[in-house]
Design a protein around this ligand. Structure first.
Ligand code: C2E
Ligand code: MG
Ligand code: MG
Ligand code: MG
Length: 293
């Protein structure tokens, strides 16, 4: 009986694994066709200036509207796209779409100063990245100052010397780069000195327990201080409470991003949000100054 049970267990795992592998394959095949079928979408999450709450930009975040699964999170499909070797195409689509969107906004007088676009490691390390990006921006008639690129610490650390060269070339074309999820990777503080980046994004995990956590308060303070000394702008991600906002604004955090202000929104909803935001950007501790929109 034990032997039979063992065999059944084995068969069970076998089938479960097969099922998972098949699901994964169909997921991958779906993903390959998603862009062509118009199922990919960019959502935009506003970034506010720390001191007066004015809109300073928005981060573009990929969404997949799957016909059966609904809205699929990038945390689920970006790793699949990476494994399937189609992340570069997805990323390129995202950049083209973000450029098209900001051009459209600006043409219609919707005051979004800048859009940040996430780059995968593979995209960033592609030798022709600069050509690809500048071509996309030229086609959309978007000046480089309207686009900020985000790379993660681990992307840079895959090849630090190559990253320095790539960042220099991007900078020559007026493209600013933000270091995303700062503090979660393995870069040394010394690397920050040599990497020609413009913006540091303090990871959500350091924001989450502010201001109550003394350790996190110390880390946030140190990062903001260091960034200022190095001449980098700081963006805090994952700001969810007024107390976090007040703490980070008092620290001198240049930009704030988080559910407190807005979740990532479809482009049309960003416009509606902006109209509402116009009314209350100046409220809070630093009321009185006119929001620049
Ligand atoms: P990320 O670049 O660090 O983006 C910030 C993530 O934090 C977003 O998740 C956003 O929805 C979430 N977030 C923002 N504010 C808050 C908050 O107050 N509380 C909480 N709990 N979460 C907040 P999302 O949209 O699910 O994206 C996840 C990750 O997927 C991104 O992290 C980025 O690494 C990746 N991703 C998204 N779009 C792209 C893309 O176009 N290309 C590449 N390569 N990666 C992308
Ligand atoms: Mg990002
Ligand atoms: Mg981030
Ligand atoms: Mg993050």
């Amino acid at each position: 009986a034990a032997k039979a049970a063992g065999r059944n267990t084995f068969r069970f795992y076998d089938e479960a694994m097969n099922r998972r592998a098949r699901l994964r394959l169909s997921f991958e095949a779906d993903l390959r066709r998603a862009a062509a079928r118009g199922q990919l979408e960019l959502f935009y999450q506003p970034q506010l200036r720390g001191d007066d709450g004015a809109l300073v930009g928005a981060e573009a975040l990929l969404r997949w509207r799957h016909p059966e699964r609904g809205l699929v999170s990038p945390l689920e499909f970006i790793p699949v796209a990476e494994e399937a070797g189609i992340i570069a195409e997805l990323g390129e689509w995202a950049l083209r779409e973000a450029a098209r969107q900001i051009a459209d906004w600006r043409r219609r007088g919707v005051a979004v100063p800048r859009v940040a676009v996430n780059l995968s490691a593979r995209q960033f390390h592609a030798p022709d990245l600069v050509e690809r990006v500048t071509r996309i921006l030229a086609e959309a008639e978007v000046p480089s100052a309207w686009i900020e690129l985000e790379i993660t610490e681990s992307t840079a650390m895959q090849d630090p010397a190559g990253a320095v060269r790539m960042l220099q070339r991007l900078r020559e074309h007026g493209l600013e780069v933000a270091m995303d999820d700062f503090g979660t990777g393995h870069s040394s503080l010394g690397m920050l000195r040599t990497l020609p980046i413009d913006v540091l994004k303090l990871d959500r995990s350091f924001v989450q327990h502010l201001p109550a956590s003394g350790t996190d308060a110390a880390v946030a303070t140190a990062v903001v201080t260091l960034a200022r000394q190095l001449g980098l702008a700081v963006v805090a991600e994952g700001v969810e409470t007024p107390a976090q906002r007040a703490f980070l604004a008092d620290l001198g955090c240049d930009r704030l991003q988080g559910f407190l202000f807005a979740r990532p929104l479809p482009a049309a909803e960003v416009e509606a949000w902006l109209l509402r935001h116009r009314g209350d950007a100046g409220s809070g501790s630093r009321a009185g100054r006119a929001p620049i929109l």
